[in-house]
Write a protein that binds this ligand. Structure first.
Ligand code: BES
Ligand code: ZN
Ligand code: ZN
Length: 496
């Protein structure tokens, strides 16, 4: 999909569809909407009076052959209250426009920004919104809707003075939007098409193409390094595990400078192991590698964005299966760090593989850690599919993350990490146990388990179990993988 800047004024734009957005305010068309109203002989005012155009968030109003315009159609998307409008809303509006027009077999459109929105962030949000909205999960359908595609989007409203900002924003938005779709494509793959070995091959190919250093540890190397927690999960499957390590080093890397460690859970399928999950809905557990996919997408983007900080990405990849060699409840494992773990529930496998991932990232030099994982069903109980659960060990580091989430338009909510919760995972027969002892707070005890391996290194854990998968399509995003947490972490890294 092409994304360009359209320098022409509204009246002169020839396109299949001209799109803009309307605010939900009582005082009629303002600014560029007033301009458009005038050009079309009061069309917007009339629609507003008839109640067909309210500006309510994500409402769509389509007019064919609008008089006074060269555009074949005019699409007006509701933007909600003006004082609540921001780049997150703009991203959605662009996504809604794309999906609305795509289903109607329109192939190209011009998206006109409103007064004040012709900024770099604005163009970035529109590009991200359009690219992520264009993603479909029909890869394995043989009857793809061949006439439903968007070939090009042009962004209008950026004059000569805003040209540079617009073009920079489009370029940045493209890198980030495509990285998000790269991650979503991996998450969408079923487990028979994406084993740990295949994931590692795809990561290796991506890193090489992007010019990033990459190392794939196979089962033998994993054993040599004594990654006992990762191996314990993998032992129930005939598919061997992989540890994916990708490094981005900035051109002017200085010794002793901070290094960000990204660790992503990649369980390519989670049956629960011997503590097996119920059959109903188990098919969704192909997305239990979304945290790892997110980190791979981030690395792909960083290679192009070239931030000033070194980033090491560590993705432990395995299946969680109940094979004959599977670990059993009560088994005691020794993690790479030397800590012993009593595995009370083999379905709490994410924290096991992250224990070795986090330890290894530290060993490779990470000074600031973030992990992202579909870790607990409990986070769905706490925050539903609305917010990512945030857990942190360091106020400054966590505040940076929360600020980045806001800037990137991803909803995240911090949960407490009081010492009391740490007691829940104190082991009876080993140093720690992999589930809390029945006192609730399941997402927090999961986080505390990982924190035990982060130690004093500032660390953040993102529980994306509720948010990495859309059970229903949204007007701006297909049903399925969301790629959540990628934009926030890219913002965190590029503003570090
Ligand atoms: N992959 C699951 C978490 C999950 C559950 C993601 C539901 C999405 C939807 C994870 O490995 C898991 O099974 N966690 C257990 C932990 C429990 C045994 C302490 C859970 O949440 O039930
Ligand atoms: Zn599990
Ligand atoms: Zn899992």
């Amino acid at each position: 999909m092409k994304i360009t800047r359209e320098p022409k004024p509204f009246a002169a734009i020839e396109t299949e569809a001209l799109v803009t957005y309307i605010f939900d305010d009582s005082d009629g068309p303002q600014g560029r909407a007033a301009e458009l109203d005038k050009l079309t002989g009061g069309l917007l005012s009339r629609l507003n009076k008839s109640g067909e155009l309210t500006g309510k968030s994500l409402e769509t109003t389509l007019v064919h052959a609008p008089s006074g315009l060269k555009a074949a159609r005019l699409l007006l998307v509701g933007a909600g209250k003006r004082d609540q409008f921001n780049t997150a809303a703009l991203r959605k509006v662009a996504g809604v426009a794309l999906r609305y027009l795509k289903t109607r077999s329109v192939h190209s459109f011009v998206f006109a920004v409103r007064e004040g929105d012709a900024t770099e962030e604005g163009a970035q949000a529109i590009a991200e919104g359009a690219i992520t909205a264009d993603f479909e999960t029909d890869k394995y359908k043989t009857d793809k809707k061949k006439d439903k595609f968007i070939e090009s989007v042009a962004i209008a409203g950026y004059g000569d003075a805003e040209k540079a900002a617009g073009e920079k924003g489009i370029a940045r938005g493209r890198i980030i939007g495509e990285a998000q779709n790269f991650a979503r494509d991996l998450v969408n793959e079923p487990s028979n098409k994406l084993t740990p070995r295949i994931l590692a091959e795809k990561a290796d190919a991506m890193a090489k193409e992007a010019g990033l250093a990459v190392e794939i540890l196979d089962e033998k190397k994993i054993a040599d390094l004594k990654m006992g927690a990762l191996l314990s999960v993998a032992q129930g499957s005939v598919e061997p595990p992989r540890m994916i390590v990708i490094t981005y080093t900035p051109a002017n890397a200085k010794p002793g400078a901070p290094v960000i460690g990204l660790v992503g859970k990649a369980v390519t399928f989670d049956t629960g192991g011997i503590s097996i999950k119920p059959a109903d809905g188990m098919e969704k557990m192909k997305y239990d590698m979304a945290g790892g996919a997110t980190m791979l997408g981030i690395m792909r983007a960083l290679a192009a964005l070239k931030p000033n900080v070194k980033v090491i990405c560590v993705v432990p990849a395995t299946e969680n299966m109940p094979g004959g060699k599977a670990q059993k409840p009560g088994d005691i494992q020794t993690a790479m760090s030397g800590k012993t773990i009593e595995v009370l529930n083999t379905d709490a496998e994410g924290r096991l593989i992250l224990a070795d991932g986090v330890h290894y990232a530290k060993q490779l030099g990470a000074t600031h850690l973030v992990d992202s994982a579909t870790l607990t069903g409990a986070i769905v109980v706490a925050l539903a599919n609305v917010n990512v659960g945030v857990f942190g060990s360091d106020r400054t580091w966590t505040d940076k993350l929360l600020a980045s989430a806001k800037a990137a338009g991803e909803k995240m909510w911090e949960l407490p990490m009081d010492d009391e919760y740490r007691e829940f995972i104190k082991g009876s027969f080993a140093d720690i146990q992999n589930v809390g002892s029945g006192k609730g707070g399941g997402s927090i005890t999961g986080a505390w388990f990982i924190r035990e391996f982060a130690g004093d290194t500032p660390w953040i854990h993102l529980d994306i179990a509720g948010t990495a998968w859309n059970d229903e399509a949204k007007p701006w995003l297909a049903k399925g993988p969301t790629g959540v947490s990628l934009r926030t972490l890219i913002h965190l890294i590029t503003s570090f």
